[in-house]
Design a protein around this ligand. Structure first.
Ligand code: SAM
Length: 284
């Protein structure tokens, strides 16, 4: 064991498996063995991993709803000379998991943070997607709030980069139809249950994905990897958004939509509500 793995007054950010318990590095195991305590998102969940690794270590919980108070407690202990490891329920801490706030406070208080790399669901889905890996955008989860999720989708629909989203099974169907509506029929690779028994990598189109999940009940954990906008789409949308609202509406009406549908599309293109578009058409 090198002493490199236990430095006083340090927070280690340790990646743990996203399913298959063998997906943990030798270094991660050494660090978890050597630190004074482990801050875990769900201590009962992480106990199973520690038992599997044969590690006994004091743990404290650090999750979304106790971030502020627990963060201070963890940093105080580190400032008093202890060494801690932060782990989440799966994968890399601070990636759609608690950690970002703790790391920010570490920097404010001069506490050194050290990454101990390992699995990230989004990156493993991306490398299996068959879509461009040269430039990509990690988008995490969409909000459950209708307006926020629409704003999120609108904000990326012209992006030429491959998009990576996380999704829970009970929200998958709605997310796929919202994506089809916002992005149009693009390529998507659905990565399900990575590294686990029922792992699936499904390359298809958004239209086929909507149909597929009309007939198949979603189960397990999902990463959605979506092709970026084609240069023509990005260009067309930029051009439409540079029109005034009435011209923009007129474009869709002339292309065969009724007024209600056209208003919806204009609102989506511009990332505003239909009410805003309606108000502007009355003013103009
Ligand atoms: N920190 C984790 C990481 O490094 O990927 C992500 C945690 S986030 C709370 C959990 C989400 O990650 C799940 O809802 C799912 O979208 C994705 N995820 C985690 N494990 C997965 C797996 N084995 N297969 C597919 N997606 C997974």
């Amino acid at each position: 064991m090198t002493t490199e793995n236990k430095q006083p007054g340090v927070l280690y950010l340790v990646a743990t498996p996203i399913g298959n318990l063998d997906d943990i590095t030798y270094r991660a195991v050494k660090v978890l063995e050597e630190v004074d305590f482990i801050a875990a998102e769900d201590t009962r969940h992480s106990l199973k991993l520690l038992n599997h690794l044969g590690i006994t270590k004091p743990m404290t919980s650090y999750f979304e709803h106790n971030i502020r108070q627990k963060g201070e407690y963890i940093i105080d202990r580190i400032l008093n000379g202890e060494t801690a490891a932060l782990i989440s329920d799966a994968g890399t801490p601070a990636i759609s998991d608690p950690g970002e706030d703790l790391v920010r406070i570490c920097h404010e208080k001069g506490v050194r943070v050290i990454p101990v790399p390992g699995a990230v669901a989004g990156i493993n889905a991306l490398i299996c997607s068959g879509l461009s890996t040269s430039r990509f955008s990690f988008e995490g989860f969409l909000s459950v709030n209708k307006k926020s999720r629409q704003e999120h989708l609108n904000s990326v629909k012209q992006s030429p980069y491959t998009l990576i989203f996380y999704e829970a099974p009970h929200k998958l169907k709605r997310t796929l139809s919202d994506m089809l509506e916002s992005f149009g029929n693009r390529k998507i690779t659905i990565a399900r249950e990575l590294t686990k028994k029922y792992e699936e990598i499904l390359p298809m189109t958004l239209e086929d994905a909507v149909k597929y999940y009309d007939e198949t009940e979603p189960k397990g954990e999902y990463v959605l990897v979506i092709e970026g906008a084609s240069p023509e789409v990005a260009q067309d949308e930029n051009e439409l958004n540079s029109l005034d609202v009435l011209e923009h509406l007129d474009f869709y009406i002339k292309s065969g939509m009724d007024k209600k549908e056209a208003m919806k599309r204009v609102a989506q293109d511009r990332g505003v509500s239909r009410r805003d578009i309606y108000a502007q058409t009355i003013k103009e």
